[in-house]
Structures are given as C-alpha cells and as structure tokens.
Design a protein around this ligand. Sequence first.
Ligand code: ADP
Ligand code: FRU
Length: 311
Amino acid sequence: MAAADERRVMCVGLCCVDIVSIVQSFPVEDSDQRSLDYYWQRGGNASNSSSVLSMLGCPVEFMGTFVKSPEYGFLAKDFKAFNISTDNCAVYEEGSVKCPVAIVIVNQQTGSRTIMAALNNIAELQYEDFEKVSLQNYKWIHFEGRNTVENLTQMIQCIQRYNDSVSAEANVRISLELEKTRRSDLIPLMSEVDFVFVSKEFAAAQGYSNKEEAVSGMVHKCKQGGTVICAWGEDGAAAKSTSGDLKTSPIFPPKTLVDTLGAGDTFNGATIFALSRDIPLGDAVTFGCKIAGAKCGLVGYRGLQGLQSML
Ligand code: ADP
Ligand code: FRU
C-alpha cells in the first residue's frame, strides 16, 4: 500500500471539452451578436473536481474514457498540466463513439452559465476497465454517478470487497454524486457509499424545497454512518450524517462574480479534499463553500492553487 498520505483520490466520470463563450448579455435568438471572449476548457464533473483537488495539493487521478479525436490531444495535455493522472482511462478509436463536447455561454453580467452538452454516442466506462485498478493506491473514490446502476454497483462492490479484505485504515472511502434529476434510479446506491453529494436540482425533484430539508430527509436512505451533502447555489450548503447534527454553511461571495461554470464540481472536490483529511463535516462543507465561492470569482480552476491554506 502507498503511504497513507500518498494515496490518491480518484474521480470517476465524464471528461468533455467545454467551448466557452463569454457574452456581455445573454444572446437573443436568431441575432448576430459579438462575444467578449472564447476559450476551450477541459470539462465534465469528475474532470473538474479532479482539477480542484489537484490545485489544493491532493494527489489525484481521473478515470473515464477518451476518444482519439482531434480534441484528445488538448484534453490529455491539460490533465498533464494539472498534474492529474489518467493512467487507468480507456481510450477508444473515433468512429461509433465521439468526444463529448459542451457549448457553454457565460454571461458576464450575472456570472450565469448555460450549458448545451452533446453527450450522444460517447464511450461509457466498462467495469472490466475499473476492475484492473490497484485499489491500494487510493484513499477515496468519487463516482459522478453517470454510469448505469449495474455498472456503478459492480464498481462499488469491487471496492467493498477490497475494503473487507484490508484493515480499517487502508479502506477506500466512497462517494457518489446525484446530480441529474433523471437519475433517480441511483437512489438505492445511497446505502452503499460513505458520502452522497446531492445537487439542488436533484433534491428539488425529490420534493425538497431547501438544503436543510434535503439532507435531513435523504439521510435516511444512507447506510449507518453515511452522510448526505447538498449544495444549494446562493444558499450555500448543508450536510447530515446518520448519527450527527445538521451542519450548514453560507456562501462566500467573490468580489466580482465572474464564472459559475463548475461551482458544484468545485464544491464537491474541495469538500472531498477536506473530508479525506479527516476534517469534521461542518468545517469540510464550509471549506467547500469557500473554495466554490473563490472559483466563482475566477475563470477556470487554475487560480485555486494553494487555497488549501483556507482550511
Ligand atoms: P452547480 O454549479 O452544480 O449548479 P451550485 O449552484 O449548487 O452548483 O453551487 C455550488 C456551490 O457553489 C454553492 O454551495 C456555493 O457554495 C457556491 N456558489 C454558487 N453560486 C455562488 C455565488 N453566486 N457566489 C458564491 N458562491 C456560489
Ligand atoms: C459543469 C460541467 C461542465 C460540462 C457539463 C457536463 O458542471 O461538468 O464542465 O460541460 O457540466 O454536464
């Protein structure tokens, strides 16, 4: 086993290209309008959370799929520049599968981000690829929760079998993100993992109208000792474990709101960073909000480097 502090966090999920256009005001349909700037950025929830973890100084790996398309070089180079390992990713030839790409409009007036993701015909991660991973190298594995229930169940069970075979301190902690409202089929997996990150959209679709109600209501679906964490946009975040009190954090607004693309992924990455260092739940969620707030004042994730000092 790698020394405890050298073990990595792995984020499993999507990596796509975000083609971001910064606009002065949100475009009018069928108009011909100039944008202020445009850039390509590596995106996808797990990919973004990996960037955040790396900028905070955590050894990190992304696991997902790539397609050898013209975009591949850009993505691989950027992972390298962020010091994120992609050693276990599956790489497919272009053909029946395509590189996922999202067109994103960032409105400079409000910082809002509008995402149009083309995620058809993308290669999904196979259990056979995950099975080959040497689990002793990881202290935490986070699942974005975009694969099928069967696939996620297999991967989670693989970690559980490993955990049963090693001492408690060598265990790999598991987290799962429930983000898209259409993925309520993932709810039964809440009882299989240690931490569940629920988005406000997901919680609202389950009938909850605020972050406190969401975590207090959903924690009953967790296993004993499990925790639910819910970020609620400008209302901050809340968390509750089966055995503890409700914890909440307000937001930490930046001086100027610049870009909210990936605020949720940043919150998840920063909160995992703190929890993986055994920071108490309330402080971890507050740290998540501080780093997510800082991100909203920046373009991209690079500027988060060194902000672990805020912990
Ligand atoms: P998503 O990007 O997935 O929609 P949220 O909107 O829930 O995620 O935001 C995640 C976290 O980012 C929030 O809990 C909050 O801490 C932070 N955040 C979001 N919007 C702002 C904002 N306008 N100012 C400061 N922090 C923000
Ligand atoms: C932000 C994000 C973007 C990507 C989209 C995919 O949370 O991960 O980087 O385009 O969501 O759903």
